[in-house]
Ligand binder design. Sequence first.
Ligand code: ATP
Ligand code: MG
Length: 562
Amino acid sequence: MSEASRSLNFIEHIIEDDLSAGFPKKQLRFRFPPEPNGYLHIGHASSICLNFGLGLRYDAPVNLRFDDTNPAKEESEYVEAIKRDVEWLGFQWAEERYASDYFQQLYDWAEQLIRDGKAYVDSQTSEEIAAQKGTPTEAGTESPFRNRSVSENLELFRGMKEGKFAQGEHVLRARIDMASPNMLLRDPVMYRILHRAHHRTNTDWCIYPLYDWTHGESDYIEQVSHSLCTLEFKPHRPLYDWFLDCVTEPDKLRPKQREFARRNLSHTVVSKRKLLELVTGGHVSGWDDPRMPTISGLRRRGCTPEAIRNFADTIGIAKRENVVDVALLDFHMREHLNKVAPRVMAVLDPIKLVITNYPEGQEEWLETENNPEDPEAGTREIPFSRELYIEQEDFREEANRKFFRLKLGGEVRLKSGYIIKAERAVKDDKGRVVEVHCTYDPKSRSGSGTEESMRKVKGTLHWVSASHAIPAEVRLYDRLFTDPTPDQHKDRDFMEFINPDSLEVVQAWLEPGLETAQPSDRFQFQRLGYFCVDPDSTPANLVFNRTVTLRDTWAKIEQKEA
Ligand code: ATP
Ligand code: MG
């Protein structure tokens, strides 16, 4: 879908209305504001595509702003990972900013609020403060420290900054209204003492501003026109505005906060806190485990940025929360990979075929297309010989008429090769088939132009030449959770729904040529799915990840179970 042709989403309508009301287009400015307390996930991708998409549509700058006000949870590792992911998704930020860049300005403003009688130092414990909050229908109780003098407040606040007090001894609160029907306006905390080094400001500060105090003022400093956040912040909007009223100067742009619905994906969790639990609990190999719904996990699995952007575009943005079926993301992966991934042959669960009428020691190289969807992709040659591998499940001694694969007495075409007929199953002493002896029709080679080569047979199988094939480890990933909404059960923890079979490792055989495949190269293994070279891979020890199967196998399983 091209940006221009798609219909406007509700945020764009808000912007269009502002423009029609006279807001200068050149003052449009956006930001994407992650907290660097984890890796970005597919939910963030929606927010990234929304904000950077607006930047592209209106030719407006979009800042990448790290909301780094909690040194207890934030790290530079996360900052770097977030930058890498946004870039990989294909977006460019105008400026890289940090809320911590504004600590001094925020502090100065906080002193101004104290002088204006709009903030005070409260010396109660957090429990006492919480107990005074009241309920939505009952007013709260004013703190006994609420009417401290400006000079006492200033002295205490400066003392907090200078490290004279222990954690929890004092907080700075906005002096708003303890009876407000909006609980968030009941004198919210603006600063707390935290004796902890920050990943950027180190030990310069031992008081840290809270989200509500920081976010709107950061938007104001950066002159962000439309500050877009998820719905849970809607009740915070009056506070966002109250804080802006305290500092906004008349000739400067005043940001506005608007909300859209969080995106949830089925069969996974999209919350950094929960994803961190999976990582620290050792349920996955790391933030970039290919089963994770993180951008880095999806990348490692072989997903393309185009697939994620198309997915985000298709689901669009909404005013209400819902769960998007992960099958839709799979669909977009297939759709894009189908266009760009070269086709190769690989056998994941081999059984040997011996073509008894093919001369021993002979080999030939068969020309085959790299990607029938892409005429520019060209062709390559793959080796054919007397002994081949096909998939176990593509052979049965006996089968009904609907089995279009290989059965005794039946014929199939070997992709880009010959028509073969299964003659005999060779078994070991336990009765298991270890080899299938076949004959081939020498005149039936694909593309050779003979009458036999045009002959239609029902099935076409992928295969590799046994003596030429190269081994590889293939990691077959499945959904990480068996339940569609693992974290939305009242009495059960999401961890209870972890799929114990989400990873299967197999030893596969690949057509030669793939030795040189590099980490992150993507392929279609014909008839099997899309696969991507893992960063663990070396030429001597190839490792592939399955990105997605060719068809939606889960839909079938769920239908059967229903
Ligand atoms: P998490 O709960 O995973 O930590 P968060 O909202 O606390 O999420 P932030 O780093 O604060 O994470 O998010 C940065 C931006 O991305 C915010 O504007 C936030 O609203 C948005 N965002 C986060 N999760 C989603 C989601 N699931 N769908 C849409 N936008 C999201
Ligand atoms: Mg958060």
